[in-house]
Design a protein around this ligand. Structure first.
Ligand SMILES: Nc1ncnc2c1ncn2[C@@H]1O[C@H](COP(=O)(O)OP(=O)(O)OP(=O)(O)O)[C@@H](O)[C@H]1O
Ligand SMILES: [Mg+2]
Length: 371
């Protein structure tokens, strides 16, 4: 194991390309043993942040500290971090086994120890049958697993992973996810893990850092981010697929009434909101319930599209005013059904929208653009 540390501190870290911020003002303290996920949409600065940590990109502002030692001035090899990249950069002329053993051999460890640790890493990533192949003879997912094995075999003080599971099929992805978490725990690693997959981030990380356009939006535990995203961009990213631009017509304490798009709903204000101001209301598909009868926060809708997803259905419905809504339900709905929906006011989060701030695009528009 390389030299341990208590914490790693990023202090106002920024990186510009051609005068444009790819990453700005990143403050973050990573404690030893933590699993941190950097999460956000494509282009938000995740890889930039990771490469700054690794030493592959010089900072344009700020500093990085390992306890009392400033490390952003050190070259990558002096930082002693393990890295798994978005593109894996394996040695093309070396077999799988030699790729994985290489780092240990460079450290001049005894031959028997190199063989033992290499074999164990190969077993962990399930590549026993492929040890003598060259990277060019492997599938993308197999190459990705070689890259993971090559990094963790060194038991580095900090492991940096950039979308390491992006090329795997759904089943292997889940298995490797568990494996990465297990490796992290059993080897006592500190891990910074980049992904744009919120589910992956929630299931793996102790804390999540959500980035948008190079800036941190929120840092918190999976529970905190899941329950209470700080703004509608984070909510959007955390699975609140239904976002409506509305007007706050009544506000008292945490409760707020919002109206618009032919709906009148009661929700919970995440931050103070003035009566008469623009707002975004957000709710997850799984928090919209199919009900019978009348009541608060009820909507009558027509079922349009039904996707089978095992125990549940993903359903797209349309309100009388023409608004599309995503619903998840275990009720067997079919296209053409007319049903009532209810949203628990606690589950409808309402965010203020600053004057001039862009509102989320209505679903119908999003889909029109996508198709
Ligand atoms: N070498 C570079 N030169 C110029 N611009 C760059 C360079 N590297 C990154 N950028 C820009 O910086 C921004 C952040 O890029 P980055 O690679 O960090 O995004 P990301 O969050 O990792 O995205 P993805 O999920 O697609 O990998 C993007 O707008 C990108 O175009
Ligand atoms: Mg990236």
């Amino acid at each position: 194991m390389t030299e341990g540390f208590r914490e790693l501190r990023l202090d106002g870290v920024g990186r510009r390309f051609a005068g444009k911020d790819a990453l700005a003002d990143l403050d973050l303290t990573i404690r030893a043993g933590e699993f941190i996920a950097l999460l956000g949409p494509s282009g938000c600065g995740k890889s930039t942040a990771l490469n700054c940590l690794a030493g592959l990109l010089p900072l344009t502002s700020g500093s990085i500290w390992q306890d009392e030692k400033r490390i952003d001035v050190l070259p990558p090899e002096k930082r002693g971090f393990g890295m798994v990249f978005q593109s894996y950069a394996l040695f093309p002329h070396m077999s799988v086994r030699r790729n994985i053993a290489f780092g240990l051999q460079m450290r001049r460890l005894p031959r028997a120890e190199v063989a033992r640790r290499t074999a164990e890493a190969i077993r962990l990533v399930q590549l026993e049958e492929h040890v003598d192949k060259l990277p060019g003879q492997l599938s993308g997912g197999q190459q990705q697993r070689v890259a993971i094995a090559r990094a963790v075999v060194l038991e580095p003080s900090l492991v940096l992973m950039d979308e390491p599971l992006s090329n795997l099929d759904a089943k292997l992805r889940l298995e490797m996810r568990t494996e990465i978490r297990r490796l992290h725990q059993s080897l006592g690693l500190t891990t910074v893990y980049v992904t744009h997959d919120q589910e992956e981030a929630l299931s793996l990380a102790d804390r999540l850092v959500v980035l948008r356009a190079g800036r941190v939006q929120q840092v918190g535990t999976p529970e905190e981010l899941h329950a209470r995203p700080v703004n509608w961009h984070v909510a959007d990213f955390m699975g609140f697929r239904n976002l409506f631009e509305m007007t706050a017509t009544q506000a008292s304490r945490g409760d707020v009434v919002v109206e618009g798009e032919g709906m009148k709903l009661v929700g919970s204000a995440v931050s103070p909101i003035a009566e008469g101001s623009r707002a975004v209301a957000a709710v997850r598909p799984e928090d919209v319930r199919v009900v019978t009868g009348e009541g608060e926060n009820h909507l009558d809708v027509d079922v349009e599209v039904v996707e089978y997803q095992g125990r549940e259905l993903a359903v797209e419905v349309r309100t009388a005013s023409g608004r599309a809504l995503h619903v998840r339900t275990d009720q067997r709905l079919a296209p053409g059904d007319r049903v009532s929906l209810a949203i628990d006011p606690q589950r409808l989060l309402v965010y203020p929208l600053a004057p001039g701030e862009q509102a989320p695009a209505p679903l119908a528009d999003v889909e029109a653009v996508a198709s």
